[in-house]
Design a binder for this molecule. Structure first.
Ligand code: ADP
Length: 401
């Protein structure tokens, strides 16, 4: 075996046998390949190599230097090693190799060229080191770190869920308190407002002596204001009741045609005051199972709105038709109309949308919210089709048996 000597250092003589013996007893697995033969075959392997791989010297003799690679060895790494060997340069790589019994191991491989005196690469030394346990430990650490991160994330999510649940519970509590407040306040308000109505009625009717014309006008104005106040209180109470979720409707067969005829008759005085007209084709009697008092209030509110949000001299048209298994009621007006954006929110609680007539009419923004809830309890629906300045059509559907 040739040894290169530096001129600056003293010359020590060491025989090839001594070097060979050292390699033989070395605990580092090692092979030597012959670069002058095709495929760079292995021409020497030490006992440590056999201990690592299970292959004896006779078994590896003549095998290509990369014969320990297998199906899970990274292709790019093998290509890089082969390129280095072809170029005659030293290369170090971590590759997945296979032992004789088929088990894999992570190999920290170093291939170093051996040159002759002219600098030509004659052989390669292949040094092996099994670093499987190191890599496994690193991977375990990585997994542990990732698991730690996942756990931390799961814990944070759990905290957030807990917080949201607490906030939701708080909101439900607040909402319940608000509903209770509305309910209690409305009850407290209704009693005195009803008493005022009775006293005003008694004075107007002359129970306390004659009333002159001027007094009568003032009393009528007070009576109307009190009426409006009672309407709002009643709407608040109805809404509080429906929001309590203890609300049930009691449907029984009702003649809807008759119901609507009655509602129009009740509203005729105010419709006349506005010089408006209602067209209602009442030639067919439609009998549908509904809670008449609730559905009556819903239809009354929609017709009232149709009149309220229309200028004088306009027409309100009410039609009914049976479609599939539904009764469809259309209430159309020629009023101010509602733009697309607002059509989505008018069914929300306490929603009033400004329009050119809203200053002149009163309302609580509860009528349509309540209507939607009542129709849903009847397994029916309500929707609106409208455009600004072109009137609105409210379509109500009810299951028709
Ligand atoms: P309100 O007591 O304000 O009338 P509603 O819930 O009945 O409450 O209606 C909500 C809003 O929807 C009203 O403030 C109004 O802006 C709009 N709206 C309802 N009906 C009509 C209609 N027929 N034409 C135009 N706007 C309407």
């Amino acid at each position: 075996m040739a040894t290169k000597q530096s001129t600056a250092q003293p010359i020590y003589n060491i025989s090839e046998d001594i070097v060979r013996s050292a390699i033989e007893v070395s605990r580092n697995p090692l092979v030597i390949t012959d670069n002058s033969l095709p495929d760079n075959p292995i021409v020497y392997s030490n006992p440590a190599f056999q201990e690592l791989t299970g292959y004896s010297f006779t078994e590896v003799l003549g095998k290509p230097y990369d014969f320990l690679c297998g199906k899970e060895t990274d292709k790019k790494t093998i290509a890089a090693v082969r390129r280095a060997v072809r170029a005659g340069t030293r290369v170090r790589a971590t590759v997945m190799n296979y032992k004789k019994d088929g088990t894999s191991f992570w190999n920290d491989l170093t291939l170093a060229p051996i040159r002759d005196e002219d600098g030509n690469v004659t052989h390669f030394t292949g040094l092996f080191q099994d670093i499987t346990s190191l890599i496994n430990a690193a991977q375990r650490q990585k997994s542990l770190k990732e698991m730690g991160k996942l756990l931390a994330r799961a814990e944070a999510t759990q905290q957030r869920v807990k917080l949201l649940a607490a906030q939701k519970a708080e909101l439900i509590k607040l909402n319940r308190s608000k509903d209770e407040f509305v309910s209690i306040a409305s009850h407290q308000l209704r009693t005195p407002a009803t008493a005022v109505k009775q006293y005003l009625g008694m004075i107007t009717e002359g129970f306390t002596g004659e009333v002159n014309h001027h007094q009568l006008l003032l009393l009528q104005a007070a009576y109307e204001s009190n009426e409006r106040q009672l309407n709002v209180i009643n709407e608040l109470l109805r809404t509080a009741r429906i929001d309590s979720h203890k609300y049930h409707v009691k449907p029984k067969p009702e003649n809807i045609t008759k119901l609507i005829r009655q509602i129009i008759a009740n509203q005729q005085p105010i419709i006349d005051v506005r010089s408006q007209k209602v067209i209602f084709d009442d030639s067919i009697d439609y009998v549908v199972p509904v809670d008449a008092s609730e559905i009556g209030l819903v239809i009354e509110n929609i017709i009232e709105n149709a009149s309220k949000y229309s200028p004088p001299n306009r027409t309100i048209t009410v039609t009914m038709a049976k479609k599939d298994s539904k009764l469809v009621i259309n209430i159309s007006d020629e009023g101010v109309g509602i733009d697309k954006a607002h059509q989505k929110i008018i069914f929300d609680k306490f929603t009033r949308v400004d329009n050119e007539l809203s200053d002149t009419v009163t309302g609580s923004g509860l009528g349509l919210y309540w209507a939607k809830r009542i129709l849903r309890l009847h397994k029916g629906s309500i929707r609106v089709k409208s455009a600004i300045g072109q009137g609105s059509t409210f379509t109500l559907t009810l299951p028709y048996e």
